[in-house]
Design a protein. Structure first.
Lengths: 262, 262
């Protein structure tokens, strides 16, 4: 049985807490948060505390707090030579105070407070400065039902950046499509199956192979008409930039117009 | 029983052919293509022809050809006062020759030649200059198992444009994430659950509500670090533009630096 303490009360902390309590391999011994109110509703299930000095010995302390708080919280922990991990995609493992053995337990997924999380679909990226502790983090991830990947800090930071592209930016493209279609009284439902299929398709083939459309075909007539249709300069700029990006990826080279010299 | 003729042999034509042959409500009487070779393997199932003059009377002629070919093919059809539809997202209904009654039967989905298509997930957008023919198109769409939406040409062209954003451009974001993570020897599999969840999430909430991440939080430190991490100018430009777009959507206004006057 792995004994853990969770520190923090945000989405990641809460989803981890809920999922760990379902596992027989892990016990959440204590749940700490700076402000007691955020976690007090769980006081009948586990020991909830707002005082770091009350932290008992545990196999791992999971700092599921905001990026900015990781370093400072790790510094004020009132113990040393124990195993402390953070859950951030972007914080360096060495930002944790070196008085404890350091590690990372980064679940790569979009967590919202409302929706339930299926941890089978949450890859967990683990890192540890102590090789011996990797097995512990692996067991912890498996207790969640997650797939485990061993990656280093640079890779994790790159994953975090990649996640912004596939999650935040894709979602903003959905938003733009929503705006454009709303303006013409089109039911956004019509686009949802295409959105699902676009994501599903890359399960079977690379995004490179999955690409279609006017940019990939270098269909100048359609591209020109689309740019004309767009009413917002921002949308035009995004259309142009993404079209150029697709062309470059697929080796479509345009002859550049020669600019007259001064 | 609706008698149809399909004209063309591309992905849309082929998927429509295959699905219609499964329906008891529709019979594909003839399948025409300019070059016989593309369709001759189906000659034991239906009448395949490469000569327009052989076209028999049908309830509807479906021109599933490339955008550029719609108008010209409609002009050389050797009959009039029949019902002719195209399947394009961007071609105006009036680009069809007016000697026949005109309509549109636009399945909004990404079709690849290999993969089977589940028409339950293919919304079909219909339009007709004859109100009486709309019911026919509706039955045709239902025979495929599709959801039917009545929309006009302007709306259809806007949908087609929106589809470029959610399909081609999202896919290119996946591609960029693939490039970035490959460069650091990261298994792209790690990002796939996030890609699926990003698409799935908007089934339950609007893209506006679903947004998260550094741009939405106006987390300048992370944005700055991400921009520094990116090695390609193109990726930096996309990151910047999409970040600005998210900020604008969520009302995050930056104070502009005053430029010194000349």
């Amino acid at each position: 049985m792995i004994k853990i303490a969770i520190l923090g009360a945000g989405n990641v902390a809460t989803h981890l807490y809920k999922q760990f309590t379902k596992s027989n391999a892990v016990v959440v011994q204590q749940w700490y948060n700076r402000t007691f109110d955020a976690i007090k509703s769980f006081q009948n299930e586990t020991e909830v505390i707002d005082d770091l000095s009350q932290l008992k010995e545990a196999d791992v302390y999971i700092l599921a707090v905001s990026d900015d708080a990781v370093a400072s919280l790790s510094q004020i922990l009132p113990f040393e030579n124990r195993f402390v991990v953070h859950t951030s995609g972007s914080v360096n493992i060495h930002d944790l105070d070196k008085k404890n053995t350091r590690g990372v337990f980064y679940p790569l997924q979009t967590f919202s407070s409302e929706a339930d999380v299926d941890f089978n679909n949450v890859p967990v990226c683990i890192e540890s400065e102590s090789k011996g502790k990797l097995a512990l983090l692996k067991s912890l991830g498996e207790a969640l039902g997650s797939k485990i990947y061993k990656i280093n800090t640079e890779q994790r930071q790159t994953l975090h950046l990649s996640a912004v592209f596939v999650n935040n930016f894709s979602n903003q493209l959905y938003r733009i499509a929503h705006e454009i279609s709303d303006a013409k009284s089109i039911n956004f439902e019509i686009l949802k199956p295409l959105i699902q299929e676009t994501a599903r398709k890359i399960e079977d083939m690379s995004p490179y192979m999955a690409q279609t459309g006017p940019a990939k075909r270098n269909d100048k007539k359609t591209i020109k008409r689309h740019l004309k249709q767009l009413e917002s300069d921002e949308h035009k700029a995004i259309y142009q930039l993404m079209t150029d990006s697709i062309k470059r990826t697929h080796g479509i080279v345009e002859r550049k117009r020669t600019k007259p010299k001064n």
